[in-house]
Ligand binder design. Structure first.
Ligand code: PDD
Length: 282
C-alpha cells in the first residue's frame, strides 16, 4: 500500500482522505500537529513526540481523542501499512468541524488526521557541505512552544528564504535569535554549545533535546540562553537541529561566512555532534 491516510480512526489510501470545509483546522488553523520519522522502519522518539502532542493539545484546551498509547499503536499501524523502508508520519488534531465562529463550538468532535508518506533522507552532500540561512523578524505569535498547525508566518519565512537562495529562515525577536522556521538553531563559541532556552519563544524540538544530551555525553559545555544577533554572527560554528534536518551545519548567515576562521565550512564541534547523532540513529 502506498501513501496512507487516516481520519478519525479509519485508515485509507491518502488520496481518499478528506475533512470537512467547516473544519476549524481549515477555518482558523485551530489545531496542533507532530512530524515523526522512522529510522530502520521504527518511529524515532515516538514517546517524546506524543508527549509534546499531548502538551500542545492541553495548551489549546483540546483533549486527545485517544490515549498516548493508542496513538502510538495507530502510528505503528500506519507505518506497517505503508510498507516504506522509511516513513514520515504527520499527526494533526483540530477542534473539529462546526459553523464558523471564533468561540469554541459547544459540541464539535476533534478531527484526528494521520498521513504516512515515504521519508526521503536529506541529500548527504548537503549534510556534509552545510547550508546558507537568512535572518528575519520573528513575526510569529507569542506561543511558539505550541506546535500549532497555524504556520503562516513560518510558511512566509521559508518562502522568503528560498527566494533569497537560503535553506532556512532564522527568526530574531527583540534582537535575540530564537529558532528557525522548521528547525532549532545552535551556535558554538569557544567550545561551548549555545541555544535558546525552552519557553514560549521556541518550539522545544525533540532533536534539540537529543543533541543537547549528546553534547553532554561528548563533554561539551552547554548553555541554554538567548544570544543577540551580533553574538550569533560572531559564532565559531552554527548548526540546525530538527526531525527533517537532523544536525545540519550552517556555513553562511545573511551572506557572512561562518566556520573556523570564517572559512564557510562546517566546524569540528558540529561534525562531532553530527557523527554522534548518526551513530545514535544508524
Ligand atoms: N518542524 N522549531 C520549529 C518551528 C519547527 O517547526 C520544528 C520542526 C523544530 C524542530 O523540532 P523537532 O526536532 O521536534 O523536529 C523546531 C517540523 C519538522 C515541521 O514542521 O515539518
Amino acid at each position: 500500500m502506498p501513501d496512507i491516510g487516516f481520519v478519525n480512526g479509519r485508515f485509507m489510501p491518502l488520496e481518499e482522505a478528506t475533512v470537512s470545509v467547516e473544519d476549524r483546522g481549515f477555518q482558523f488553523g485551530d489545531g496542533i500537529y507532530e512530524v515523526i520519522r522512522t529510522y530502520h522502519g521504527k518511529p524515532f522518539q515516538l514517546d517524546a513526540h506524543l508527549a509534546r502532542f499531548e502538551r500542545s493539545a492541553k495548551a489549546i484546551e483540546l483533549s486527545l481523542p485517544w490515549s498516548v498509547h493508542q496513538w502510538a499503536t495507530h502510528v505503528r499501524d500506519g507505518i506497517t501499512r505503508s510498507g516504506y523502508a522509511e516513513s514520515k508520519v504527520y499527526l494533526q488534531l483540530t477542534r473539529g468541524a462546526a459553523p464558523r465562529d471564533h468561540v469554541f463550538p459547544a459540541s464539535a468532535k476533534p478531527t484526528a488526521v494521520m498521513t504516512v508518506r515515504e521519508m526521503k533522507p536529506m541529500d548527504s552532500a548537503i549534510q556534509t557541505s552545510g547550508v546558507a540561512v537568512m535572518t528575519m523578524d520573528d513575526w510569529r505569535w507569542g506561543r511558539c512552544d505550541i506546535k500549532s498547525v497555524n504556520l503562516l508566518a513560518n510558511v512566509m519565512a521559508r518562502q522568503k528564504a528560498k527566494q533569497a537562495g537560503a535553506f532556512e529562515a532564522l527568526f530574531i525577536r527583540n534582537g535575540q535569535v530564537t529558532e528557525g522556521a522548521v528547525s532549532n538553531v545552535m551556535m558554538v563559541k569557544a567550545g561551548r554549545v549555545l541555544t535558546a532556552p525552552e519557553g514560549e519563544r521556541i518550539l522545544s524540538g525533540v532533536t534539540r533535546t537529543i543533541v543537547l544530551e549528546l553534547a553532554h555525553k561528548e563533554g561539551l559545555p552547554v548553555e541554554e540562553r538567548f544570544v543577540s544577533s551580533d553574538e550569533f554572527l560572531r559564532a565559531d560554528e552554527i548548526f540546525l537541529t530538527g526531525t527533517t534536518v537532523e544536525v545540519l551545519p550552517v556555513i553562511r548567515v545573511d551572506g557572512k561566512a561562518i566556520g573556523p576562521g570564517g572559512s564557510g565550512k562546517p566546524g569540528p564541534v558540529t561534525k562531532r555532534l553530527q557523527a554522534a547523532f548518526q551513530r545514535l540513529v544508524g
